[in-house]
Design a protein around this ligand. Sequence first.
Ligand code: PAF
Length: 283
Amino acid sequence: MDLIRDAAGIRAAADAARAGGRAVGLVPTMGAFHDGHRSLIRRARDDRDMVIVSIFVNPLQFGPGEDFERYPRDEERDLGDSELLGADLVFAPTVEEMYPEGYPPEVTVDPGPLGERLEGAARPGHFRGVVTAVARLLNLAGPCAAYFGEKDAQQLAVIRRMVRTLGFPVEVVACPIVRESDGLAMSSRNAYLSPEEREAAGCLFLALCEAAELARKGERDAAVLAAAMAREVGATPLALLDDVAVVDEATFEEIRDITGPARAVVAARFGPTRLIDNLLLPM
Ligand code: PAF
């Protein structure tokens, strides 16, 4: 497995693979791997001939006062995991390689209204930072399949939209959320939780399951589902509800009645740590 830190290097490696008839898969990450990341690499390995994993803690997607400085980093372990999982190349650029015109970049990608709702409203500028970095990575990797986890479902929707709008020759592949035994979605930020907060964080999945159960029983009023989720999180000591909604699967607009594919989404704080989760609702 090769480790490449410069932009020209990843472009040349991906071009050479395609010239040799090999299909390229890209797994964009911010490192600090957990089983969710590992599942993306495995999926790319199964699907494609050449697997590129990128590791870059993208400062542009963190707001002032957010956790950019303390975001977990363990490059050595991530490189070992990538190799074990059969990645061909890890691209771990510097900020200068990612943003060669200077940081912060003057030119960024506007994620549009989809990027201003929910997570976008809670974290202004977050999705602009995400899609600007992802656009750069997709541009360097060239025609490929790119793998993202459904844990960040709104991010996935924004990226899909960008890829379609700007015509990137990329197939976006959504991979299922990987959960702990109590249902907590794996996230690098789970490492911030105290043991008590970690136990409390299980309420996110319970809340989503309640919403799914109501939908399964035929409830179509989104407000009823949202209220049930809010009650579950609200009843959990140490959990502070930030956001709860039922949204249209494609636009992430809040809906009143469930008439098509819809997703329940929830965000809550456990101490200083903000966690998000979501579940596609049964029809
Ligand atoms: O999901 C992430 O890890 C990041 O948002 C991504 C897609 C790698 C962009 O920096």
